[in-house]
Design a protein around this ligand. Structure first.
Ligand code: NAD
Length: 708
């Protein structure tokens, strides 16, 4: 029997193979259509007395089932909670049909098996998974602000134990095939080639090779799970841990823990109902809507300009082996590119190669790759002092010093060396890409590809469209960064692009508050309480005060007084304070790099009387200055979609994801309230708070930044 997304074929040996292959989609998602088709096939299978067993397998490469259809979850978020409750019950009813079959069932997993896919697998009698690198199994729903709603919250802890189950669900962890096997989530690990054959053998009666649970593990499970006291101790510990991690800002992990603990020994039906109730409640929370919004923004960011294909890149050049260049070269080699790393200074080149080697050693030590694999990556990076070695490069990224003339000279030298068309990507943080391309032979091939420091940790890359950058060049820069596993956001060619442009007034204003006499620790604490991963003063020290100083001067020159460097920066320069890397910055640091109070050199220069400020006042000043600048970026067309701006701020600065980004935060406060607060602040705290034209317009007409 065959329908669009799900097909059942009965083999000569009596095994029915259910292949899931959603048409016109790279991955399988379980939307309403696929679930309805699956249900029909299960009804058919239940009536077929010839069937000896059922194997569920995917028709996609490297993807079993990516999860439920998030479009459908999004649609539910505008409905009353009861709709989500019903949707959760209906999904469970389909999977219950797998469990009620009288024949053995097995999920044969290769590739991504997440959310609804994992819940389908949990409904089978057996699960086997491949040892492929692409195999990832888990229930990451809490990342979207909900919990697994098709039975996963209940079934997984019963299968793998309370501790494993809570960690996987509340922590949204994804396991490799081997780790899933060790935890008891899958019954056997096989090679990709053997997957179907072995699945058939198992449904026909062969015993799977299960991982033996060690004695320690068994004892732990016995103590934690078999009696109410053990469970209470575990539940309290887990609650404390989750509260510490989520700081009360993400309700889903806590709710998941509550459902797991409450329903652990309840009859299934009752437990399932608790799960559906919690799903219904969470799906309509603002946090879930915001996290789902970010998920869609990320999907959107992967789209290339219509009808444009990126150029094929095999050989990458990196010019400048300093802080950024070395890490970009490592990241490119790690992603499979052949890389030439060029500098003018042998010492800098050696230092850059040491950075790359250390990063690779780190991956080996963390068991992310074998020594042999790491050595292969290292061998792909060729350090050089000569342009001639770069003649075959398809894309060159420059990360030399931030001086226009030097960058233009590098471009000219490359054009003389590389005889074929190539993409020139600049990692500049503040210079104009259009100006850089002005004297180029092929200005259409010049683009900004702006990484953030440290490259191996920061997930964002801004793709900067110069005046002449062609769509193909933009797409090539984008696909290159995506191959390096980065999230990209396309921005206009304006000072600071998007992230530094919005971050700078925020950091500047934090220093202004310090100068007004507000204790530095209070400023940082207020912003971590707001949801930022670290306070603004600590962040400045982390990035390096020398770097921040360069950026603020560029923005001041271009945008005027609202970006004027605060007086304390004079002291910073005079005392040569570099921030954390130099042991002294706005804070002092101990020998382990831990913050040890505000630097007395800084406090000594503050003339104002010490004054306390309410947390809310600090938060208003610092968050709303970002909103105003973000609105200006939209107004000036530096970025067109609010969702892309929000994505850039969340991925580029860690702006609290539960708010969904700067502009979603503003929409939640309400543009009118934001306007009133800014207007007030402009009178008491300075002109830089004056609401920009777009914000004024939205506030007056009662509109928000997002249209839906
Ligand atoms: P860096 O000073 O650490 O490294 C620059 C390297 O370029 C040095 O090794 C230098 O020897 C080399 N160099 C100079 N002129 C050269 C030439 N003509 N040919 C080849 N090599 C040359 O600088 P960095 O911090 O890595 O910054 C590099 C670029 O990245 C700048 O444009 C900067 O604005 C940008 N950027 C920096 C950061 C950051 O946090 N450091 C973040 C994003 C972007």
């Amino acid at each position: 029997m065959s329908t669009g997304s799900v097909q059942l074929k009965t083999q000569a040996n009596g095994v029915g193979v259910v292949t899931i292959d959603v048409p016109d989609s790279k991955v399988n998602v379980l939307g309403l259509t696929a679930m309805t088709e699956l249900e029909a096939i299960l009804d058919e299978a239940a009536k077929n007395s010839q069937l000896k067993g059922l194997v569920f397998i995917s028709g996609k490469k490297d993807n079993f089932i990516a999860g439920a259809n998030i479009d459908e979850i999004k649609a539910l978020q505008t409905e009353p909670a009861v709709k989500s409750y019903e949707a959760s019950r209906l999904g469970k009813a389909v999977f219950a049909k797998i469990e009620s079959l009288s024949i053995p069932t097995i999920a044969a997993i290769n590739g991504t098996c997440l959310g609804g896919g994992c819940e389908l697998a949990l409904s089978c009698k057996y699960r086997i998974a491949t040892d492929s690198k692409s195999t990832k199994i888990g229930l990451p729903e809490t990342k979207l602000g909900v919990l697994p709603g098709w039975g996963g919250t209940i079934k997984l802890p019963r299968l793998v134990g309370l501790e494993n189950g809570v960690n996987m669900i509340a922590g949204a962890t994804e396991l490799s095939g081997k780790k899933a096997w060790k935890s008891g989530l899958v019954d056997e690990v096989v090679s990709e080639e053997n997957l179907l054959k072995r699945a058939e053998e198992i449904v026909l009666g062969a015993h799977p090779h299960r991982a033996s649970q060690d004695i320690q593990n068994q004892a732990k499970r016995f103590l934690l799970e078999s009696n109410p006291i053990g469970r209470k101790v575990f539940g309290d510990m887990a609650l404390k841990m989750i509260k510490k991690k989520t700081k009360g800002q993400y309700p889903a992990p806590l709710e998941a823990l509550k459902v797991i603990m409450k329903s652990y020994d309840q009859p299934l039906e009752k437990a399932f109902d608790s799960e559906s109730q919690a799903f219904g409640k969470l799906a309509v929370t603002p946090v879930s809507k915001n996290l789902v919004g970010l998920f869609f923004a990320q999907t959107e960011s992967k789209k290339m300009p219509e009808g444009v294909k990126p150029a094929n890149i095999e050989i990458v050049g990196v010019v400048g082996a300093g802080v950024m260049g070395a890490e970009i070269a490592q990241s490119a080699a790690y992603s499979g590119y052949q890389v030439f790393l060029k500098d003018i200074d042998q010492g800098a080149l050696d230092k850059g190669m040491t950075v790359i080697r250390n990063l690779m050693d780190g991956l080996v030590n963390k068991k992310k790759m074998t020594r042999e694999e790491a050595d292969k990556v290292l061998a792909r990076v060729k350090p050089t002092l000569n342009y001639a070695d770069m003649a075959e490069c398809d894309l060159v990224i420059e990360a030399v010093v931030e001086i226009m003339k030097i960058k233009q000279a590098v471009l000219k030298d490359l054009e003389e060396t590389i005889k074929k068309p190539f993409v020139f990507a600049s990692n500049t943080s503040s210079l104009s890409v259009s100006e850089m391309a002005a004297g180029a032979k092929f200005p259409q091939n010049v683009v900004g590809v702006h990484f953030f420091n440290p490259v191996h940790k920061m997930l964002l890359v801004e793709i900067v469209k110069g005046k002449d950058s062609s769509n193909e060049t933009l797409a090539t820069g984008q696909s290159f960064a995506m191959k390096l596993k980065k999230t990209t956001v396309v921005t206009g060619d304006a000072p600071g692009f998007v992230v530094n442009r919005i971050l700078t007034p925020y950091l500047r204003e934090a220093v202004v508050l310090l100068e007004e006499g507000v204790p530095g620790e209070d400023i940082d604490k207020a912003m971590t309480a707001f949801g930022m991963p670290m306070g603004p003063l600590a962040l400045m020290d982390e990035v390096g005060l020398d770097i921040g100083e360069k950026v603020i001067h560029v923005l001041h020159d271009a945008l005027g007084d609202r970006m004027a460097p605060p007086a304390i920066l004079g002291v910073v320069a005079e005392k040569k304070l570099l921030g954390k890397k130099g042991g002294k910055g706005l804070y002092l640091y101990d020998e382990n790099g831990k913050r040890a109070g505000i630097n007395p050199d800084i406090t000594a220069t503050i003339k104002a009387e010490p004054r306390t400020k309410l947390k809310g006042e600090i938060q208003d000043r610092l968050a709303l200055i970002m909103v105003n600048e973000a609105a200006r970026c939209l107004e000036e067309g530096i970025i067109t979609e609010p969702s892309q701006l929000d994505l850039a701020m969340v991925f580029g600065t860690g702006f609290a994801p539960f708010y969904g980004g700067v502009l979603r935060f503003a929409d939640q406060v309400g543009t009118r309230v934001v306007y009133q607060k800014l207007d007030y602040l402009s009178r008491v705290a300075g002109e830089s708070y004056k609401p920009c034209a777009l914000l004024t317009k939205l506030a007056k007409s009662g509109e928000s930044f997002y249209k839906n």
